[in-house]
Each structure stands twice: as C-alpha cells, then as structure tokens.
Design a protein around this ligand. Structure first.
Ligand code: SAM
Ligand code: SF4
Ligand code: SF4
Length: 340
C-alpha cells in the first residue's frame, strides 16, 4: 500500500489527528457549550449520523498512511461514546500509531481510567478550570464539583496513564484560580497547562479583553515561584514548557491567541459525523461519511484526504486580528462538534 508524507500549501506535514467521537457532553462549560445555546432542545447528532468504529478505523488508517503518528480522542465528552474502549483497541492496533491519547472533562474518569489504559490509551489530558467550587460549578454549568474531577485524575495516575491538566483562563471568571491551581498541581507533580480563552465557534461570546495572556499568567507564577523555560518534547509542540526552578515539576502555556503557532500546525480533525477539518476555526469541512457509505475504496479515501491536506492554507490564529479589524463575518463550527 502506498504511503506518502503529504504537505499543505505552507509546507506543513500531517502528523496529528483529533477524532471527535461524539458532539454530546455532560458539562455545559460557559466558554464551549453555554447552557443558553445548548439547552434541553438542542439537537445533537443521531446514532446514524455518527461514524461507526469501523468507519473511524478505516479513515484513521488512511491518515496514518499520510504521516499521522499521533491520535487523540476528543468530543464533546469522549467518555460518553458507548463502547469507547472497543474503538481504542481498534486504533491501538493500527501499525504506525505511536501515540494514542484522550481529552476528557474527568467526570467519568474514575470509572474508566483502568479500562482506558487496558484498551491502549497512553496519555490523558483532563480539563479542570478551578479548585474553588463556586467558580468551577459556575464554569461547567452543571454543578459538578472539582473533587470529582480530581478523583478521576488520581485514578488515571494510579492506572499508569500519563496525565496533564488543562485550564482555560477567562478574565473575571477564574483568574483568581491561577495561583492555587499552579500550586496544587506543582505539589502533585502533575503538569498543568494554561490555555488562553479562544474565539472558537460562535456561541461563546468571546471578547479579546477577556483573554488573560500566557505572558500575564507566566509573570504571576514566576513572581511567586520562579520558573524557567525548557526544551519542547517534540518539534511543533503546542504548549511552551517551563520547569519550577530546582525541581522536575513542570507547567505549560498554550498561547493560541497571543502567540499563534499556525506555522507549525500539523493537525487534522475528524468530526463525529465524518467531516475532515484542517483548522480548529474552519467554517467548512470535507464530508467523508457519505463517501464511505457509498462504497469508496481505501485508495479513494486516501486520495481525498491527501488532496484536502495539499490544498490546506489555514492560519486563522495568525490572521485573527485582521478578521476583527476588518469586521469580517465568520461562522466557524463549534468546538464541541469539531473536537478541541
Ligand atoms: N470534553 C472534553 C474536555 O473538556 O476535556 C474534550 C473536548 S473539549 C472541547 C477539549 C478542550 O478544549 C478542553 O480542554 C477545553 O477546556 C478546551 N476548550 C473548549 N472551549 C475553549 C475555548 N473557548 N477556549 C479555549 N479552550 C477551550
Ligand atoms: Fe464539554 Fe469539554 Fe466543551 Fe466543557 S469543554 S462543554 S467538557 S466539550
Ligand atoms: Fe492550526 Fe488553525 Fe489553530 Fe492555526 S488556527 S494553529 S492552523 S488549528
């Protein structure tokens, strides 16, 4: 079978694939699925709309032939997808997949951590935006307490999974939690990564003045406990890594707004209903599900994915300011749909 290292119009390779396995979620985070927009009447994908595990695996194999080595499962909340461990086993068995990971809000992690590990997940990113429950319950929109997520994180560590924690910082909402979270996870020896609040989708009412930049967060932490930069783990790593001076404990910053990293973005996204997106901020994807269901061969799928990547010229984060300055109207798809 032909293998090809494909490049887009800016000479970026295809290395990572994020697969959204469901658009449903058991949280309603204010910055992702605000309850006013994702209420009881919201229409989620039906079972028939979702790619089956066989379809996902077939597509993943074509991505691997084109250079993908890392696959991350996401959503929505991926742990809500029925029989997920079966899919994980199928993906882990693909020759060429070097890294299989999952991003979760942690609510069901305590129950699933050992099963995920056994099925073949190597790394988990758990999202947690605050320790303080007045803040956390408000941010997740459904009243889940931070202890529940912390128990999930603990279970993942106990199961032998590599764990990192992601915190989205929104000004006026959880900035008071930056130092307590940094302190808590430094003591635990778990890497905490701060993510700048992004203008994904069109329902989270994003405003630039609600972004606390990585530099601001860095300076807050550094003035309390000195940190120093360390080399990236691999080329194109999205988070900038730092170490608390004199320790092995790390902290990271994902500066999607203040220091865009489009020039090294090697990531494709597959939505739960089988659209291929070449950017988190894309407005349109390449529909693959009907193509598969109409009998497309592996070679035809391979050629379609290859052709889509070769045409890719996305660099939204680098161009963000010009979009806002010129008042250009955009309607990017929601993060819960495309997978964060
Ligand atoms: N439900 C899972 C979770 O929350 O971890 C996986 C999907 S979620 C869309 C993936 C990541 O995107 C989470 O870490 C979340 O905090 C982040 N995210 C969602 N909306 C965001 C926004 N507007 N700005 C920055 N990060 C965001
Ligand atoms: Fe759900 Fe994750 Fe979005 Fe929160 S960030 S609403 S947990 S998909
Ligand atoms: Fe990649 Fe698009 Fe994000 Fe740029 S804006 S880093 S191209 S996903």
């Amino acid at each position: 079978m032909e293998e090809r290292k494909v490049q887009d119009t800016h000479k970026r390779s295809l290395r990572d694939l994020r697969i959204s396995v469901t658009d449903r979620c058991n949280f309603r985070c204010i910055y992702c699925m605000p309850i006013e927009e994702f209420g009881p009447n919201h229409c989620f994908m039906s079972r028939e709309q979702l790619l089956t595990f066989e379809e996902i695996t077939r597509l993943a194999k074509q991505f691997v032939r084109l250079g993908v080595e890392k696959i991350r499962l996401t959503g929505g909340e991926p742990l809500l997808r029925k029989d997920l461990p079966v899919l994980i086993e199928m993906l882990a068995a693909i020759d060429g997949v070097k890294d299989l990971s999952l991003t979760t809000n942690g609510l069901l992690l305590k129950k699933y951590a050992p099963i995920l590990k056994q099925a073949g997940i190597q790394r988990i990113n758990a999202s947690l935006d605050a320790l303080d429950n007045d803040i956390f319950t408000k941010m997740n929109g459904v009243g889940v307490r931070s202890e529940t997520v912390l128990e999930g994180i603990e279970a993942a560590v106990q199961a032998g999974l590599k764990v990192k924690v992601n915190m989205v910082v929104k000004k006026g909402m959880n900035d008071s939690q930056i130092l307590p979270m940094a302190h808590f996870f430094r003591e635990k020896g778990i890497t905490l990564r701060f993510i700048e609040f992004m203008d994904v989708g069109s329902t989270n009412n994003w405003k630039l003045n609600e972004v606390i930049t990585s530099k601001q967060i860095h300076d807050m932490i550094h003035s309390e406990t000195p940190i120093e930069p360390i080399a990236p783990d691999y080329a194109g790593e999205v988070a900038k890594r730092y170490r608390y001076v004199g320790t092995q404990a790390e902290v990271g910053f994902i500066s999607s707004v203040s220091a865009a990293f489009c020039s090294s973005c090697t990531r494709a996204r597959l939505s739960a209903d089988g659209h291929l997106y070449t950017c988190l901020f894309a407005e349109k994807g390449t529909p693959l599900r009907e193509f598969i269901r109409s009998g497309a061969s592996d070679e035809e799928l391979f050629a379609t994915i290859c052709g889509t990547w070769e045409k890719r010229d996305d660099r939204y984060s680098e161009e963000r300011s010009s979009y806002y300055e010129q008042g250009k109207q955009r309607k990017p798809i929601e993060m819960s749909y495309i997978g964060g």
